[in-house]
Structures are given as C-alpha cells and as structure tokens.
Design a binder for this molecule. Structure first.
Ligand SMILES: [Zn+2]
Length: 334
C-alpha cells in the first residue's frame, strides 16, 4: 500500500446521495449521506453531492473518485436520460463538478455496473466473467469480464430487468408487459402477493386483503413461517428470474452469477433455486460449471464499486484485487 490517498465512492440516487471514503488498506473510514433534492433541479443536486464529497474529503488526501447514478451515462460523464427521477437531470455533466469538488480525477458510471464491478473485485480474481443481478426497487445488472465493465452505449447494457420473459404478462414500469422486473423486483413480489391473496387463506393473504403494505420483505418473512401464498409468490419470482438469467448465460458465458440487492435479505433460498432452475432454460454447455452466489457486499456494493472503479484507474490489476478483497473482508465483518 502506498500513499496515494483514499478513493471516494459516491452514489447519486433519486432518494439520497451517499458516499464512502475507502482507504488504501481497504477500510471504509468515513461515510456520508444526504437526501437528494430531486425536485429542485440538477444544480441543487450537485451542491448536495459537493457537500457529501467535502465531508469525505476531510479525512485527508484523495486519489480518485468514482460515482454511480441510475440510467445512462456517456463517456464524458454526462447523464443520458431521466432515470434518477431528478428534474433536469438529462445531459448534466457530473464528471467535472465532482472532480472539482473532490480535487481529484472523477469517473462516472451506471450504478448497476459499479455494483457488479465491486462484486468482481471483491472476489480477488476468483471470478473471471461475472454477471451481477441486483433485485431491489427495480432489477439492475452488470457484467464484468477480466475487470472491464461491459457497458454498451451510454453504459445502458445489462438492464436485464426489462428483458421480457412472458409476452403479454404482468405490466412493467417501463410500459411493456412481461418484463422480469414485473415478477422479481421487491415491489413486484409484493404486488403479486396482493393479486393472488384472494385464492389463499394464510396469514399473508389475510394481511394483504386487509390492505397491509406488502413488499418482498413481508413475503419472505411469511415464507420463513411456511406461508403457502408466500411460497407461490417466491416460486413465480424465481421462475421469471431463472428464465432471464438462462438467456444471459447464453449471451455472455459468465463463470459466476451473483444475485444481490435488498430482496436477497430475506430470500434465503433464491440463489439455490435459481441455480437449480436456470439450467432448464438454456443449452447444457452454457450453464455447466457456472457458480451461482449471493452478493458479498450487500447495500454497499454500489458505493464500494464506485470507489474501487476510481482506484482501478490508478492501480495494477493485482493491487486492485487485493484492495477489493480487503474491502470485502472489512465490509462483511462490519
Ligand atoms: Zn420493463
């Protein structure tokens, strides 16, 4: 470990702007978070990002900053589209103001791609080609091969939540029908439980019929109690997810598939179930030897990915994997 300075990771979401300071030994020494003034325009959002960076910068010298945001980002670090629900976000240059605020080089990528990058780097070289699927409010993803992010045009690759698995199926937020996200995101899992509740007489079904808020968390808490409605909803989610992941195996040939995101917190059998189901929907050679794993980094994947991506611009591959492995150890132990 040298004395370059720390790597800052920033996550600019529609709800909050969060940041970490990753030291050269892999420890996160500082954290900062502030609400995103999403309706106040891009200038206000950038001012909050600057305040978060200022807090993180108080810990000493900064070597590089990585930043993640939902949706598209072009090669110059400009937002493409309106994915973060921030008014006036389309076309905003993120890279220059972040670099100015932190006094270091800045790199901006899609947040799902950065989460995938963190899961790749934290495996210390054990994964060569890694597909990450993040199950949260939506379904995001990323693909890393030998440390390179497969980003496509404007970093929009691996939006696998919007791959249609059932034509004319459930309505998706994107306006299409039958997307994987309409079956296996946190809110979709909750909505399926509500929709199926009239056909069941279980504790979850009665709560859903009484108008209780039902999200993936409630469904998986009920599943742990042996609730039959929860089991049916989980079966539907795992099935949809397995189909889209099977297609991804044929397209990308990963050696490692990582499932992460908030839904995984309660869904203890999801990784094993998808590992068992996905091979049914793709030719044998595509799934042979593929490892299915749960994310190592939990809610920190995006932030660590941002910091590690910034670090990757300065470190050798060996140094980066060492840093990633240490960051994961500290993150798991926390
Ligand atoms: Zn969709």
């Amino acid at each position: 470990m040298g004395d370059r300075g720390a790597y800052l990771g920033l996550d600019i979401g529609g709800q909050s702007i969060r940041g970490i300071r990753l030291e050269e030994d892999g420890k996160v020494s500082r954290r900062a978070a502030m609400p995103t003034p999403a309706s106040s325009g891009a200038e206000a959002v950038l001012a909050v990002a600057a305040a978060v960076l200022a807090e993180l910068g108080e810990g000493g010298a900064v070597a590089a900053v990585g930043a993640g945001t939902p949706g598209g980002v072009d090669l110059s670090g400009r937002v493409v589209g309106e994915a973060a629900n921030i008014s006036g976000w389309n076309g905003v240059d993120l890279r220059s103001p972040i670099s100015r605020s932190a006094g270091a080089s800045a790199f901006v990528r899609n947040d799902g791609n950065l989460a995938a990058f963190a899961e790749w780097a934290s495996r210390g070289g054990r994964a060569r080609a890694l597909l990450f699927v993040g199950l949260g409010t939506g379904i995001g993803g990323g693909y890393i091969e030998d440390g390179r992010i497969l980003g496509g045009v404007d970093d929009k690759a691996l939006e696998i939540g919007h791959v249609i698995v059932y034509p004319d199926g459930r309505e998706c937020a994107c306006g299409r029908s039958g997307c994987a996200e309409a079956y296996a995101s946190g809110p979709s899992i909750g909505r399926i439980a509500v929709d199926l509740s009239p056909r069941f007489d279980t504790a979850l079904a009665r709560a859903a019929r009484a108008g209780a808020a039902v999200n993936a968390r409630e469904v998986y808490a009920a599943l742990a109690e042996g609730d039959e409605l929860a089991a049916e909803v989980h079966r539907i989610a795992a099935e949809a997810l397995s189909r889209v992941i099977a297609s991804a195996l044929a397209f990308l040939a990963p050696d490692t598939v990582v499932l992460g995101g908030g839904v995984l917190k309660g869904a203890t059998s999801l990784v094993a179930d998808v590992a068992a189901l996905a091979p049914r929907y793709v030719y044998d050679a595509a799934s042979e030897g593929v490892r299915f794993e749960a994310a190592l980094l939990g809610a920190d994947a995006g932030l660590l990915g941002a910091a590690l991506y910034g670090a990757s611009t300065l470190l050798s591959r060996e140094e980066l994997l060492l840093l990633g492995g240490r960051a994961a150890e500290f993150s798991i132990g926390r």
